[in-house]
Write a protein that binds this ligand. Structure first.
Ligand code: SF4
Length: 271
């Protein structure tokens, strides 16, 4: 079974070389690095998951949310310190995002599901996987929500990740059993916690079918490149994404990539 996710779709599109490094377990284990913005972002995600899944609507307030955040922060402190990030800066930034969340968002919402891994078939031999933050059912409509902890909001919003999640939720067989019914997603939103801003996209059958085709096309491209890669090597595409790449030191374009990795400002990083 071939597996793809919005994350690996984007990685392959940015740089096939990084994708192939990433898919070799020994290289991944050896070179994978902890990064402060990812560790801090994942603490915020766990805090929000616990907030909605462990507390009844009437029990949820700002104090509870911050208490959970401090517990999660302490639990992940060692991991954060390994990432080399500025502890005070990130703690403050993530805390501020949650304070804004408590002020602007509906704390009494009752999500139909909270953060977990979900998957659905694209065809008989291809599985689409994703870690989905949340889905709400409001007035009969299902809305997917993806939390973003970026410091700044990107100018252009790419809905592909949201469409992929909508597809998965509509098709995930185990989820259908668990929820005793179908999930028909009609909207999907990025929620940027730094400003509490929502970017919402409508979803329908046609969009989801196009999404399915796009992922299948990408899988074809990956498989084709994979065959050629084993004989001739593949393309290392240098760019801003090198900032996130764990494999700079073994990259065939190491010198150029290192320059890009350093010159990318934090504001450009999409978490
Ligand atoms: S450093 Fe940049 S060019 Fe090299 S493999 Fe990583 S993403 Fe690709």
């Amino acid at each position: 079974m071939f597996e793809i996710s919005p994350y690996t779709f984007r990685m392959f599109s940015d740089c096939p070389q990084q994708y192939f490094f990433y898919n070799q377990k020994d290289l991944k284990n050896k070179y994978r690095k902890s990064r402060p913005y990812f560790v801090a972002g994942s603490i915020v995600h766990s805090t929000l998951k616990n907030f909605f899944s462990c507390y009844q609507p009437g029990e949820r307030d700002q104090e509870t949310l911050l208490g959970l955040f401090k517990t999660e922060w302490a639990r992940n402190l060692l991991n954060f310190q390994k990432s080399g990030g500025d502890e005070q800066l990130y703690f403050q930034r993530m805390r501020d995002q949650l304070l804004l969340f408590a002020e602007k968002q509906d704390l009494r919402a009752e999500p139909a599901l909270t953060e977990d891994y979900y998957e659905a078939f694209l065809d008989e031999e291809t599985l689409l996987k994703g870690k989905i933050d949340r889905a709400d059912k409001i007035n009969g409509k299902t809305i997917v929500i993806d939390y973003k902890t970026n410091k700044t909001i990107p100018e252009n919003q790419d809905p592909l990740q949201l469409y992929a999640y909508a597809y998965i939720l509509n098709e995930d067989a185990k989820l259908k059993l668990k929820l005793e019914g179908e999930f028909k997603v009609s909207q999907a939103s990025y929620l940027y916690l730094s400003a509490s801003d929502l970017y919402t996209f409508e979803v329908d059958e046609e969009i989801l079918e196009k999404t399915r085709q796009m992922f299948l096309e990408k899988v074809k491209e990956i498989k084709k490149t994979e065959n050629e890669y084993s004989r001739t090597g593949t393309e290392a595409r240098v760019g801003k994404h090198c900032h996130f790449c764990d494999f700079v030191e073994i990259c065939p374009r190491k010198a150029e990539a290192a320059g890009f990795a350093k010159s990318t400002s934090e504001a450009e990083i999409s978490e």
